[in-house]
Design a protein around this ligand. Sequence first.
Ligand code: 26W
Length: 822
Amino acid sequence: EVRVEDDRTGLSVETLKRAFADNLFYIQGKFPQIASKNDFYMALAYTVRDRLLRRWLNTAETYSRNASRTVAYLSAEFLMGPQLGNNLINLGIYDQVNQAMQELGLDLRELLEEEEEPGLGNGGLGRLAACYLDSLATLEIPSLGYGIRYEFGIFDQDIKDGWQVEITDKWLSAGNPWELPRPEWSVEVKLGGHTEKRADEHGNFKIYWVPNQVVKGIPYDTPILGYKTNTANTLRLWKAEAVESFDFYAFDSGDYLGAVHQKTVSENISKVLYPNDNSAQGKELRLAQQIFFVSCSLKDMMRIMEQQKVPLEQFPEKFVIQLNDTHPSVAIPELMRLLVDEYDMPWEKAWGITKQSFAYTNHTLLPEALERWPIGLFGKMLPRHLEIIYEINKRFLDEVRMKFPDDTDRLRRMSLIDESGERYVRMAFLACVGSYSINGVAALHTELLKKDVLHDFYEMYPEKFNNKTNGVTPRRFMVLSNPRLCRLLNSKIGDEWIKNLYELKKLEAFVEDPEFRRQWREMKLEIKQDVADYIKKTTDIDVNVNSMFDIQAKRFHEYKRQHLNVLHIITLYNRIKANPDIDITPRTFLFGGKAAPGYYIAKLIIKLINSVGDIVNRDPDVRDRLKVVFLKDFNVKFAQRIYPSADLSEQISTAGKEASGTGNMKFALNGAITIGTLDGANVEIREEVGAENFFLFGLTTEEVYALKKEGYQPWEYYQKDPELKLAIDRIASGFFSHGDPKLFKPLVDHLLGNDQYMLLADYRSYIDTQDRVSEAYRDIDRWVRMSILNVARMGKFSSDRSIRDYCEDFWKVQPVNIELKE
Ligand code: 26W
């Protein structure tokens, strides 16, 4: 019997080539001679999508037949990164496709480069959501990611004259082959207006919400394939459109322009991602985005239940809703509204269901990042939800009064409404009251939540609190991004580690093998050469691959202290200027990251890095021993390129400020050694890799608090430490700004004035530790050992481990095996 593989499912090189040619012809409408690179990319993407679809539909059919318990992961951000490469890895056909493309005279790497990534997130929180989707699918857990299909994701960053310039991200302009619109599952969302109390047909008084705007949400689905499983889950993102009936209404009344305006207003809701990270702004449109995607998602879950014939009372058995920070926390009053107002459920019963359905993850301790909505704004957009929140609050405060009688200050502190000045809804408190689980994202972070930000809630509901240390997916951040490392690992310990990252432990057996260490060193050098070529091509700067690649890549924020890193660079430069023949370890300092467009000081830090680079890179005294490179437009695609090349990973936030960090994990998994504070997950990374393989510096959280309390005086550190003084004086004098002392004055004033993030207090410890780093790097054999041991001991930081913890601890959801039918 001759069996021909199906063109849409077959995985052999021959079939892949045929399918590719077919898609180029019938989807792109091109033949090879006139096809653009994008046409080739699209043809390949559709070829891969066909193979996903089979798994996707089998998965959907199985879940639907079994009415499987499902995780609904609600997140305002999903920072997915490019899809093609990851899908090739997870399908297990990277090599076949590589060969197929080669035989067609194409270069797979070039096609991978073509993809415009969906940058629907700012940083840590959005990327974590993407890693979790990968792990959920890999662990075969039924799950749906719900979010917003922003037309414009995070802006593209350009650098002009050293300054950040923002450019609109037009990720959809060449089309998105990975998504399928599902207009038949559209839903409507109400906004604004007022509420009325009226009798229904039985004479019972009910509350009716009379909105002044209705928008339509259209779901766009993207398949999320697990690694070498048949499971393909769904990321469902909502696009806002105008509701036709509203248009017609305006047409009838002759208000043509009003109707068109209405359409624009509706479509604005999913237009653009707010580019702030860790700072809340209280903008009306942002609240509209939140209620929009949350309401669409809850109604979608109810539709699914109806289709699977699960009674509404069983909502908490059918779904667990994970709130990715407070951004989706209006889901709590929205579910109450749906149950009470639209399904006529008694309050107590609805509240019972709601409390059992939600779980809340907190991602930040920064006070300015905690969302609070002015009552006026909230009530104008969501009048009914505000009433519901008042009712939740009334009953909640009764509960507090019962548990802590005669403690009015506690009532004031815990109220869901902040009444200390202008009145606000406190979204984190709402999330705590409405959820059965509250978690932080690293051990230290969870402890600080309990001790500090959510202390009263911890006293009220200690059983709700738990820690889930973040993790990252080894598929994207090792297998896809670092093929050289993977080949070396596989040759020694097999490839089990890809699904069970603790298997990396087996590497420890080889650390004393000089041949293995030689291979490791060679591998690193090759990776660094690639990045050096890239730097040469994009910035025209020559870097020495034997120098230490010292990298800080993350969002720009004062608490992350990129400017502390700069103080170190200037210190080394000053040492060279004072003594040009000084023997120093050559370093290449690489920076990447975006600043929020309205965050002036963060943008000034970017300018400072570029200005220091301009001097240091050109000064003949430096003799190429130091190089400073700012790599523009740091995004997922770029991150994958850069992590593998790092020798040193900078994780230098003020202790107690970085909730977890995940870049720290990605660097260490690729063999970088960390220089870091005892902050976020750094604490646990150090525990795992061993103190001797981690460069620790700086104040502890307790010391930071204590120093604040006793009255921190940055000026005293400046006066006492001549190297620190000189570094700051050089910035202040205009040395790096063509003699203009005004340019960096705001930065200098921050540091010498109150220095909120205590750079000056940590400076000496940082510099001394960096000196030890330099010394360690000179003993390259010692360095390689540390590098190997870091990789070997990072097993804990797989997002598979995080997701397993969530499943076992409180999601209570089991894997579902998917069988592939024809
Ligand atoms: C409303 C404005 C706003 C926007 C984004 C406030 C807060 C955020 C995020 C919660 C900020 C964020 O991404 N936090 C990061 O979450 C990561 C994943 O848990 C952690 O690893 C980072 O430490 C944390 O900064």
